[in-house]
Design a protein around this ligand. Structure first.
Ligand SMILES: [Zn+2]
Ligand SMILES: [Zn+2]
Ligand SMILES: [Zn+2]
Length: 272
């Protein structure tokens, strides 16, 4: 097995069910209609020449539900955290990552673009400027690493390429990972793929892409728009994410074209 992709959450920023909503989907008894905020864990064997030969686990985004998700899935190590952008639904679990500092005995590498890091410092002053805290207390320890779109980095023998995405007018990151001969890309919170990103989406085995709902939204792709992008990118398999309560799992899953899937929280995708 080359890599394993675990969907920790597949929901939109408010999650599904939403607070105070009694629509059919929010009241659904189908467990696949219960969606936490969007995040994935990517695991693969260390291909570098370090002595560690076990699985490396890289987390994309740290949502408010990272603690229950990590407990539920028995995630006892994280070898790095990659942040797509600093919206609350993607980063409000950063504090809970301090457990991995203790369990693994060291700081965690935190990857994001410059704007993301600047926003995180403002949002989490107590984490990134702990010297200003009144009491000395245990806050998460991160090593902030700035990445740029189109400039690949090597993480444990896999090539990670940050991808420029447009989230409305905001520039954010997706990530492509190449491991051995396999590849995947994770592109959440995107309303448009700039032309320079398309060549970086060639030859994908697995493509995860934002598909918020059926109706237009200024900062997310609709289901039809996502299918249009998938048609251009032609991955081996595609998965939709950042799903709002407008979409009932059982309604959409059979309407999708061959090779396109609607994941649910906890789904594991493997690629050889
Ligand atoms: Zn989001
Ligand atoms: Zn609802
Ligand atoms: Zn966002």
């Amino acid at each position: 097995m080359s890599f394993q992709l675990l969907f920790l959450g597949t929901g939109t920023s408010a999650g599904v069910p939403m607070i105070g909503c009694d629509c059919e989907v929010c009241r659904s008894q189908d467990p696949r209609d219960k969606r936490d905020r969007p995040s994935v864990l990517i695991s693969y064997p260390d291909h570098s020449d370090t002595p560690y030969t076990g699985q490396r686990r890289l987390l994309i985004d740290a949502t408010a539900e990272i603690r229950p998700a990590a407990v539920r899935h028995g995630i006892d190590r994280v070898d790095g955290v990659l942040i797509t952008h600093a919206h609350a639904d993607h980063v409000f679990g950063l504090d809970d990552l301090r457990r991995f500092n203790l369990v693994m005995g060291g700081p965690l590498d935190l990857y994001g673009d410059e704007a993301t890091h600047q926003t995180l410092v403002a949002m989490f002053h107590y984490i990134f400027r702990p010297q200003d805290n009144v009491n000395k207390s245990f806050v998460p320890q991160f090593v902030q690493k700035i990445v740029e779109p189109g400039k690949p980095l090597d993480l444990f023998g896999a090539t990670w390429t940050p991808l420029l995405l447009l989230h409305g007018r905001q520039q954010i990151l997706g990530f492509r990972v190449d491991i051995g001969g396999s590849s995947l890309a994770y592109c959440t919170d995107v309303s448009r793929f700039p032309p320079e990103t398309y060549p970086l989406l060639e030859g994908l085995d697995v493509f995860v892409v934002d598909a918020l709902r059926y109706r237009h939204h200024p900062t997310h792709l609709t289901v039809d728009q996502a299918l249009g992008v998938i048609d251009q990118v032609k991955p081996g398999r595609a998965y939709l994410t950042h799903i709002a309560h407008d979409i009932k799992h059982a309604d959409l899953e059979f309407k999708l074209p061959e090779g396109v899937y609607l994941p649910h929280d906890g789904l594991v995708v493997e690629c050889d």
